[in-house]
Design a binder for this molecule. Structure first.
Ligand code: ZN
Length: 410
């Protein structure tokens, strides 16, 4: 498992595997799921499994017993290939699943989750236990959160659906009442100075919390009244962060609770933003297509592949609804065929010489493009299938299109 995958591809692969796993059923209580958190010793897990193995001799049904023990054996031998648990932990699913008619087949999945596992878990059931992973399937993007007025500020993060408080602090800005002897004018000036310092402090804390995060999609700012708008308008934030401010929203509070209020009030805008990004990409594609000779656009699997190999592709747009495999077959005489289909064909012989097919390799089409893109430095954007744009990409362009670096006359 040496080759380094991009986070986006790792997430896609994980999602794809999960879609398969969720639907699998065992005949009896015989499908094994094992969750191993990072830092757990492989030897501890093996000891645990050995114990489960001996327990399973009590299972009454002979076929269930046999299937459970062979699944545990298979997991133990797979674990031998690991010296340590990978950084986010390890999840193994193994068992004999129904495969149509009376048939069953043995499956084994070894997944490295995109986020760290927290607990060790062993389950034996008629389905695989996937609940702890379903949360990870959601797109994890983060947003910076600031709630503030002139007396208090709280900085936090929205990661997925979770609100995390990073820092809360009060200001030294004096309240309304001035002390005797001070002129009203001087008092005003002191207040403004203190407020200015406080806004700078908020900006510094925001910089510390947000600037290094490259998954940060945007920043939303909340608070009661006009102070937050003043803060944004006057450009207190670091210029890189300033560009990421999405909008301001009214909240009643400026503490931890205020962060939750802010997320609730901004939720519609946040959802729109994810969709906006996809919309923009597809709109760019369409406007290129309308230009002479198709501008900097390409679509269709063949064309996009050829142009990618030629190094002409900046961004490949792929629909997540692309349910295809890139299949490679080789016959006994060495004839190779490569094509795209939902599944490998049933016929066991070569088209050209009728010799038996010896090797079949099927790779998810999206993964195939990820591999191509990596070799030439193109970017890949996955477009969700359920948006209007995603549907258009799938229907009008077969789910595959590209924005080009330069025009190629073919
Ligand atoms: Zn052949």
């Amino acid at each position: 498992m040496g080759d380094e995958k991009s986070a986006e591809r790792a997430r896609y692969d994980f999602k794809k595997a999960m879609q398969e796993i969720v639907d699998l059923r065992g005949r009896g209580t015989e499908l094994i799921s094992v969750y191993i958190p990072p830092h757990k010793q492989i030897s501890d897990v093996t000891a645990y499994l050995r114990n489960e193995y001996s327990q399973s001799s009590n299972i009454k049904s002979k076929s269930t017993r046999k299937n459970v023990t062979s699944a545990i054996e298979s997991i133990m031998s797979r674990l031998k290939t690991f010296n340590t648990v990978p950084e986010n932990g390890l999840v193994l699913f193994c068992g004999e699943v129904a495969a149509g008619g009376d048939q069953t087949r043995m499956v084994q999945y070894v997944l490295e989750p995109p986020e760290p596992m927290t607990a060790f878990l062993y389950r034996c059931d008629s389905t695989f236990f996937v609940e702890p992973l379903s949360d990870m399937l959601r797109e994890k993007k983060s947003y910076g959160l600031i709630v503030m007025d002139r007396s208090e500020a709280t900085i936090g993060l929205l990661v997925g659906k979770k609100v995390v408080t990073i820092k809360n602090f009060d200001s030294q800005v004096p309240r309304k009442h001035r002390q005797g002897g001070q002129s009203a004018q001087r008092f005003e000036r002191l207040i403004e100075l203190a407020a200015h310092e406080f806004f700078k402090k908020i900006a510094n804390n925001a910089e510390e919390a947000f600037l290094e995060r490259n998954d940060l999609q945007g920043i939303i700012v909340g608070g009661p009244g006009a102070t937050k708008d003043f803060f944004v308008k006057e450009g207190y934030l670091h210029h890189e962060l300033q560009k990421k401010v999405v909008d301001t929203f009214d909240t009643g509070y400026t503490d931890e609770y205020g962060l939750k209020e802010l997320v609730a009030n901004a939720s519609a805008s946040l959802q729109d933003m994810d969709l906006m990004r996809e919309k923009e990409l597809i709109q760019r594609l369409l406007s290129e297509i309308r230009k002479e000779n198709g501008g900097l656009s390409a679509y269709g699997e063949e064309q996009v592949r050829d142009l990618t190999v030629a190094g002409a592709v900046d961004t490949i747009l792929l629909s997540e609804g692309l349910d295809r495999k890139r299949i490679k077959m080789r016959c006994a005489n060495g004839h190779e065929q490569e094509f795209t289909a939902r599944a490998p064909p049933d016929k066991p012989n070569c088209d050209r010489c009728d010799a038996p097919i010896e090797e079949v390799e099927g790779m998810d089409l999206v993964d195939h493009f990820f591999e191509l893109a990596e070799t030439v430095g193109s970017r890949i954007e996955l477009i969700s299938a359920d948006s209007e744009e995603g549907e258009m990409l799938l229907r009008a362009f077969g789910g595959i299109a590209a924005l080009l670096r330069f025009q190629v006359v073919m």
